[in-house]
Design a protein around this ligand. Structure first.
Ligand SMILES: [Zn+2]
Length: 66
């Protein structure tokens, strides 16, 4: 089961639901993603999904501290 990942020039869908000043580059692939503020994440969803599979839901808080 493979999910096609859009090119990194495509912003993460999350940017459409947050304000523009909360958008920043993904820590891994530099794709635009909802990075800052409430609900933000340093990784885009395409990088976050395999990270969560590997490290579990807590990865978000672990990476946010780095
Ligand atoms: Zn990414």
């Amino acid at each position: 089961m493979t999910t096609p990942v859009p090119p990194v020039t495509e912003p993460d869908p999350s940017v459409h639901t947050c304000s523009g000043d909360l958008v920043g580059p993904c820590a891994k692939c530099q794709r635009k993603t909802h990075k800052y503020g409430r609900g933000g994440c340093p990784l885009c969803q395409w990088c976050m999904t395999p990270a969560m599979a590997k490290w579990g839901p807590g990865v978000r808080y672990a990476t946010a501290r780095g």
